[in-house]
Design a protein around this ligand. Structure first.
Ligand code: NDP
Length: 293
């Protein structure tokens, strides 16, 4: 039976560490960490994600300094809000919740976020820092996967890793993080021929293709560690991932469930990036560096 890569449990443990770090640094810092989640419009799924992030902030003692703008807010006004948050000394992290309403171009708005406050770790400068191995906020989902692997004692060094998906949000930074941890990494995408032959070579298989149930037993070598980033709402209700869990679990040595695997870790790494920014800004020693790939 495979070890369960339990993201809920690990996220709760890291939240305890975050709350302790904030409690320990509060007097010297003179203020709590602040995260601004900026939401534009009323996309219902985004509403749920933003509420989850806000609840997580309040559990650990991060002040929520976010704003919710109307769907018809002009780009100049969204930009002005980002610039105000950039200049606000109480804000350590800024996150622009995507997708934006039709008509708003996310590119220039994401680029306007101060890279030092880029809680999502997706600013061009921070992706460049990841590429060069320089410190900086790391993309939350792949950083969460690295934390899940570390907590399960999976050491990527010397292993063969395959990442399915090459998005800027997940696949690309995931491959860079695994490579930085000395895995030998191959990235698969929609034009990869004979995907199963490739994924069967993986000691560590990370799937972020956004295709419900696409990875089955035929894609996995016995004993592999399988991380499922995909998340989908089933037509009949409930959530599922890109991996057919019931089929792969008996073969894998470890596997992440959906829900309860990578999802909770993504939110937690957002908090880690925010508290890391706060430590830097307030001259505190960061006790969370082991969580930064
Ligand atoms: P994208 O749609 O941006 O990227 C999907 C990637 O998968 C692309 O690179 C695509 O290839 C590749 N792909 C698609 N189909 C196949 C296939 N049949 N075989 C091999 N590769 C394929 O998705 P994201 O990276 O943003 O997200 C991926 C999944 O992860 C989604 O389900 C998303 O909901 C989930 N997610 C979950 C998070 C969490 O916290 N748990 C956070 C972020 C995302 P190509 O480049 O050629 O098009």
């Amino acid at each position: 039976m495979a070890t369960l890569l339990d993201g809920r449990l690990l996220a709760a443990r890291i939240e305890t560490r975050l709350a302790e770090a904030i409690g320990a640094g509060l007097a010297q810092a003179g203020r709590p960490p602040g995260l601004a989640v900026l939401r534009v419009g009323d996309d219902p799924a985004s509403g749920v994600y933003v509420a989850n992030k806000e609840k997580a902030c309040s559990r650990v003692g991060i002040t929520n300094l976010g704003a919710h703008l109307a769907a018809d807010t002009p780009a100049a006004e969204v930009l002005a809000t980002i610039e105000r948050l950039n200049a606000d000394p109480a804000v350590d992290g800024i996150l622009l919740q995507l997708p934006l309403p039709a008509g708003l171009d996310e590119g220039p708005l994401l680029a306007a976020i101060d890279p030092a406050k880029d809680a999502d770790g997706l600013h061009t400068l921070n992706l460049g820092r990841l590429l060069k191995g320089e410190p900086g906020p790391r993309s939350c989902t792949p950083a969460g996967v690295m934390a899940l692997l570390a907590a399960a004692g999976v050491e990527p060094a010397g292993k063969r890793a395959v990442v399915v998906g090459r998005s800027i949000l997940v696949g690309q930074p995931m491959a860079l993080m695994l490579q930085a941890a000395n895995a030998t990494v191959t990235v698969a995408h929609s034009r990869t021929g004979d995907l199963a032959a490739l994924t069967r070579q993986a000691d560590v298989l990370v799937v972020a293709a956004g295709r419900p149930g696409m990875i089955g037993a035929e894609h996995v070598q016995p004993g592999a560690v399988v991380v499922d980033v995909g998340i989908h709402r089933r037509p009949e209700g409930g959530l599922c991932g890109d991996v057919r869990f019931d089929e792969v679990e008996p073969i894998a040595s470890a596997i992440s469930p959906v829900p309860g695997g990578v999802g909770p870790m993504t939110v937690t790494m957002l908090l880690v990036n925010t508290v890391t920014g706060w430590c830097g800004r307030c001259g505190l020693t960061n006790p969370l560096t082991d969580l930064l790939p």
